[in-house]
Design a protein around this ligand. Sequence first.
Ligand SMILES: [Zn+2]
Length: 231
Amino acid sequence: MTASSSTPSRERAAVADACRRLGAEGLLIGTAGNVSVRVDDRVAITATGAVLAALTPDQVTVVDLDGKHIEGSYEPTSELELHLGVYRRYGTGAVVHTHAPHATAVSCVLDELPCIHYQLLALGGTVRVAPYATFGTPELAGSVLTALEGRSAALMANHGAVTHAVTLDQAVEHALLLEWACGVYQRAASMGTPRFLDEQQQLAVIEAAIARNYGTTRPMPPAQEENRGSR
Ligand SMILES: [Zn+2]
């Protein structure tokens, strides 16, 4: 069964929700940026020319992994090949591309964002800056795919940022984290020469995170729960 373009599927609604959230957080300006989610061999992706902060599900187009149109009334984003390339090479579940201000500023200066904070390890540590190429070109898609090797994020020189993850929520969180880290870098660099975590410090963070199951909520240990209950 194929849903009609007037009956947006769950994925199209999820992409619209993600865009509105990224817009509210200041990461999507006007029509710049694009977001997609993959379910099996279907990719729901934002339409070209749509105002992303106010995106509606009918402005999300569904294509297959070769870019063939499946559902939706609007042409997909000009960065379609970049998104499809990330799915093909990394088998991921969602891709977010923004022209977020801090990430874009950093992409104009650095060749790589060093590991300025341990939270960057959630993206793979240092974040590479893919060399500049015209938007929507295979050259740009190729250099971004290379920059993403072993990472969940990359910056695009004089352009913006891209993140990916297994779920759309995670890809959005990665975009927010990268933007925050780029902001921290800029503020730190404005005061002096920032310190960065070296490889040993990064490794220790990864070991501690694994040991403590960092980033997940956990129920209180039974003993403490009993203490609280007896008060
Ligand atoms: Zn762009």
